[in-house]
Design a protein around this ligand. Structure first.
Ligand SMILES: [Fe+2]
Ligand SMILES: [Fe+2]
Length: 287
């Protein structure tokens, strides 16, 4: 069993619910909204469909155990975490509906993610589900850090859609430690958390890849040079997936904590750059 971690955050970080309104829901966007590339666009388009079942899983995992947490600061953070994740889903569903209206098989992609998550629900106890949530939150935080550190990831993307992903990235970075701290405070073990990490990352990356290939095939865009470039975008020397390697392995350190060695300034910079999309900020105390 691991030792209890202190509830630590950088000074400038406070997990906060923000109500958002994005322009894309009024204007729409092109089917291939990332640099005109079918592969890159459909990769992110299919990933969006994971959030409705995925974030429901995260919220349920945190809520199932929150009454066992004594720390009032962490309890308050759990409430904000759940509100953030719920609002991510709501905004991504708007994005998904526009994709669906363009004839993209959003429902099929979401069904494959849900199938995996339902198996996890049926076979894991509450601490196991929380361990899976920690592993997947580590994944979303890794993508979020890369979103801000590697502008090439969304180069050429429609700025109206990119704003959705920037917000989601900022809040994933912000609440990166919420579930991990629940897990540690409740005595979650090292072997379980790293074993679950391997399975969870393999399953989400596998589902993402299968969904992308299926969408490309349906669009008759699979056997193209764009697909070769897309594979390099994911698996090349500095690719999206290969680039996640160091972050993946950092989770194996016994002393790992989601905030160690992370640049918390990205969240403040995002807020400064994207204030126009924030409708209001309501914390638990104010709500
Ligand atoms: Fe989220
Ligand atoms: Fe999250």
């Amino acid at each position: 069993m691991e030792t209890k971690a202190a509830f630590r955050r950088p000074e400038c970080v406070k997990v906060t619910f923000r109500r958002m309104k994005f322009e894309f829901e009024d204007t729409g966007f092109a089917r291939y909204w990332v640099d005109g590339s079918p592969f890159k666009s459909l990769f992110w388009t299919q990933l969006s469909t994971a959030f409705e079942p995925g974030e429901r899983f995260f919220i349920d995992s945190a809520r199932a155990l929150k009454d066992q947490i004594d720390d009032p600061a962490l309890r308050e953070e759990i409430a904000e975490f759940c509100r953030q994740e719920g609002h991510h889903t709501a905004q991504h569903l708007k994005f998904d509906r526009i994709n669906e209206a363009m004839g993209i098989d959003v429902a099929g992609c979401r069904r494959r993610y849900k199938w995996i998550l339902d198996r996890a629900r049926n076979n894991m106890d509450p601490m196991g589900m929380l361990g899976a949530t920690c592993a997947l939150e580590h994944f979303t935080a890794a993508l979020a850090d890369d979103f801000f550190a590697k502008p090439s990831m969304f180069a050429g993307a429609d700025p109206k859609v990119k704003a959705l992903w920037a917000w989601h990235a900022a809040e994933e970075a912000e609440h990166r430690a919420t579930c991990y701290d629940i897990y540690k405070q409740l005595g979650g073990g090292y072997v379980d958390r790293v074993t679950i990490l391997i399975g969870a990352w393999a399953l989400i990356l596998g589902a993402a890849f299968v969904n992308t290939i299926i969408l490309l095939h349906k669009d008759k865009k699979l056997l193209t040079t764009d697909t070769l470039q897309g594979l390099w975008y994911l698996f090349g020397r500095k690719g999206l997936i290969t680039g996640l390697g160091p972050t993946f392995f950092s989770y194996f350190r016994p002393s790992f904590h989601p905030w160690s060695g992370v640049d918390a300034g990205t969240i403040a910079r995002w807020q400064a750059d994207n204030a126009k999309y924030i409708q209001n900020i309501a914390t638990s105390e104010a709500a």
